[in-house]
Ligand binder design. Structure first.
Ligand SMILES: [Zn+2]
Length: 349
């Protein structure tokens, strides 16, 4: 299962064909007090997207009004097809560090992770929402950034470690994970790794600290990080099908195909929606826009609008709701308005 988790996270990085950046307007539309690394950026006008074939990448903007995906470039007469285009040039840093994943917006700054193709070194850069004023926040080396949460002007990041060959070169990930708290103002970091360098995920800051899922072979633990200490909330009973959001635990119950929630410290589950099919979930999360995403048979994903208690999709990675419609990643990585299957008719529980 550890290998599976690594695979999933690498997929999140490589395939998180999601993404987003910025635009000149609506700077304050995308101001959030916390942001999940590699999550999408949605403004009032549309969704910022990043597309890559693994070699060349570029930023696009999906416009809610026109329902079109357009390159994120304002240059007159630009053909939008090479490094002369802003939508392309922003995807590379220092010639060899490449963006593979969705940028993140936090406090009206765009944060982009640039890595080597080997993933074992990189930079986090910040920039204005229109892509200007790019600055280095910090660099990392001999590590692979797998997940993170931005809150309180910090990045709580988890970095996979590499096994080395006899020459001292990085080989494959070795199931060890270092965690750091980075100061986004000056790039200073403090190590806050778990015992034995276990893998974990900083999920969301709640009323009493940051909720952290620690990944074990089968069932995981739920911890609370506060004041440089980890407190055990739930040991060995947290599963791949569960996540935490706004002081509640949510899960897909694969025994009866039900979406359920409970209070953090309760053991009583409340059924919310009948999914109608029993899937073994390999990874569940709730994105920055309140969409519960449970992946099974990767990349198939069950998507549920948590606030509206509506099943949106059993196949697609949904990004957000806007004006009554849902938006998802199409097969060619571009963003599309969801058609068909209306969630409301499936509402149950
Ligand atoms: Zn262009």
């Amino acid at each position: 299962m550890k290998n599976k988790m690594i695979w999933i996270f690498v997929c999140l990085i490589l395939c998180a064909c999601n993404s987003q950046t910025i635009e000149e307007n609506n700077a304050d539309d995308v101001d959030r007090s916390q942001a999940i690394l590699f999550d999408s950026v949605v403004s009032n006008d549309g969704i910022y997207n990043f597309l890559t074939d693994g070699y060349n990448g570029h930023f696009e903007f999906y416009d809610f009004d026109t329902e079109q995906n357009v390159p994120l470039c304002a240059k007159p007469n630009c053909e939008h097809e090479d490094m002369n285009c802003d939508a392309y040039s922003l995807s590379v840093y220092k010639d060899e560090f490449i963006c593979y994943s969705a940028p993140t917006v936090y406090k009206n700054q765009l944060y982009v992770n640039y890595t080597l193709p080997t993933l074992d070194a990189g930079y986090i850069c910040s920039m204005d929402l229109d892509g200007s004023n790019r600055k280095e926040v910090f660099a990392y080396k001999d590590e692979c950034l797998v997940s993170g949460l931005m809150v309180d002007d910090k990045l709580y990041g988890v970095f996979g470690q590499f096994a080395k060959n006899e020459q001292g070169n990085n080989m494959n990930l070795n199931n060890k994970y270092k965690s750091y708290c980075y100061d986004l103002d000056n790039g200073d970091r403090k190590e806050i790794s778990l015992e034995n360098d276990q893998n974990m995920n900083f999920v969301q800051k709640g009323d009493h600290g940051i909720y952290v899922i620690r990944f074990n072979d089968l069932n995981h633990d739920l911890l609370l990080y506060n004041d440089e200490e980890y407190e055990m909330i739930e040991e060995g009973t947290f599963t791949n099908a569960m996540t935490v959001y706004n002081e509640k635990v949510y899960r897909i119950n694969s025994e009866n195909g039900t979406f359920e929630s409970r209070d953090i410290k309760s053991t009583e589950w409340e059924p919310l929606i009948s999914i109608g099919c029993e899937k073994e979930i390999s990874f569940a999360r709730i994105n920055s826009y309140g969409i519960f995403l449970a992946t099974y048979e990767f990349p198939k994903t069950i998507a549920i609008d948590v606030a509206k208690n509506v099943l949106i999709s059993q196949e697609m990675n949904v990004i957000c709701e806007n004006d009554g419609s849902y938006y998802e990643y199409g097969s060619n990585q571009t963003i599309q308005k969801r058609s068909g299957l209306s969630g409301s008719s499936l509402k149950g529980g």
